[in-house]
Ligand binder design. Structure first.
Ligand code: HEC
Length: 393
């Protein structure tokens, strides 16, 4: 049992490391290419324009000068060597899927199921998670096909509405942290599927047409560009979902879906500002609106006073210690029985440590009810009330 948990920790550590590395490569190239596209200016040299160059840019980096040029729709002939950008995306999705499987699907009872929300079996919770990933792509792709030619803004508003709806559904079915991570994974699946099903195939079609000596149809490039721009707007929201698991004050809130909706909106507004700015337009209203939204969320989430601790006899510390050793120390101890090592390095196995960590214990176990994880140790409401009274003492 402990050896198995230890191996899971290794698997998760290696996968998370790899996931970060390839994710940086992917998002880094997304930032770079959208920045490049927005910063291109029509070529000065008439000969370049003649060759089909629609825009160019000069940059200095690492001790040399770079002069990228963008051909629209394509150069007259295919270059011998052509670099593709796809494995950044595929490997991010693959490592992400292995990571979510290791952490959540193989340990669904403690990480996904939240009995206070829905009495799901672990396999039902996993099925909901997998359906979210696949269903999110199907809905996005359908909306895109229907709306993208008509209005990007309308498409954006409807897709955002869908994401918020999913956040509402998932936070009512699954544990808060797994709901948030699944919203992130759903959006990231959309991004990777855009690369796999549209961007790369579109580029292949353009190349095939050139190889047959035909004039390439600009529609493939145009579609790839639209989807690639969607991906760019989705980067900041996805990254928030991915780090959200460290912040129970967001995902454990009773209206966590609304918290997520506001933070994701702020992220998109901020991304929009940067995309406009690279085109040479500074529209400060976007990041200001984003910052105000975040500040609004911060004020909204200020911890209110403890849930009215029922008047009762003063709590004596032995009571607290007994609750914590029963409900918490299985994980939070120097030699835990339920995990390979104390999660977050947090040990609650001596009176001194319990006293010194009191504010964090109250925050996690009383205010947020994020602990015990998945309530696998079965803490009762009465016991939480005892901890609440201790918190006020
Ligand atoms: C089944 C195992 C398990 C049990 C039981 C458990 N925890 Fe945790 N706890 C975790 C894990 C895993 C984390 C790390 C969460 C993360 O990485 O975000 C954690 C993190 C914490 C943190 C740190 C969160 C932070 O960011 O400040 C506190 C505080 C905490 N637990 C308190 C408790 C208390 C109090 C109890 C008992 C009422 C308890 N835990 C029971 C698994 C458990």
């Amino acid at each position: 049992m402990i050896l198995e948990a230890y191996l899971i920790e290794w698997a998760s550590m290696l996968l998370r490391w790899l996931h970060l590395i390839v994710g940086i490569a992917w998002i880094g190239s997304s930032f770079y290419f959208v920045w490049l596209d927005n910063s291109l200016r029509p070529p000065q040299d008439a000969a370049l324009a003649e060759k089909g160059v629609a825009g160019e840019l000069w940059a200095v980096h690492g001790g040399g000068f770079y002069n990228p040029q963008k051909y629209l729709v394509a150069p007259a002939s295919l270059p011998k060597e052509l670099h593709w950008f796809k494995w950044e995306s595929y490997s991010t999705w693959l490592t992400g899927f292995l990571l979510i499987s290791t952490l959540y699907y193989f340990q669904a009872a403690s990480w996904m199921v939240d009995p206070s929300k829905a009495a799901l079996s672990p396999s039902a919770a996993v099925a909901i998670g997998l359906a979210t990933l696949a269903g999110g792509w199907l809905v996005y792709d359908l909306l895109c096909r229907l709306l993208i030619e008509r209005s990007q803004l309308l498409f954006g508003v409807i897709f955002y509405g869908f994401v918020v709806l999913m956040a509402f559904v998932l936070t009512h079915l699954l544990s808060g942290r797994s709901a948030f991570i699944h919203i992130g994974a759903m959006i990231a699946t959309v991004m990777s599927a855009n690369v796999f099903f549209w961007i790369i195939p579109g580029q292949k079609k353009t190349i095939a047409q050139m190889q047959r000596g035909e004039t390439p149809d600009p529609i493939h490039g145009k579609r790839a560009k639209q989807r690639s721009l969607h991906n760019n707007y989705l980067t900041l929201p996805v990254l928030f979902c991915m780090i959200s698991n460290h912040y129970a004050f967001t995902y454990a809130h009773p209206h966590a879906w609304a918290v997520l909706a506001l933070i994701l909106l702020a992220a998109v507004l901020i991304r929009h500002f940067f995309n406009q700015r690279h085109k040479g337009v500074q529209q400060w209203r976007y990041p200001v609106a984003g910052a105000l939204l975040l500040a609004g969320v911060a004020v909204w989430l200020v911890p209110v006073s403890l849930p009215a601790a029922k008047a009762g006899a003063a709590v004596d510390f032995a009571q607290v210690q007994s609750i914590i050793s029963q409900r918490c120390a299985g994980c939070h101890a120097e030699h835990p029985t339920l995990m390979a090592s104390a999660p977050a390095g947090l040990m609650l196995d001596t009176p001194e440590k319990i006293q010194s960590l009191k504010p964090r214990i109250i925050m996690q176990a009383v205010q947020l009810k994020a602990m015990p994880l998945g309530n696998v140790t079965g803490i009762t409401d009465d016991e939480r009330a005892v901890l609440a009274r201790w918190g006020q003492q």
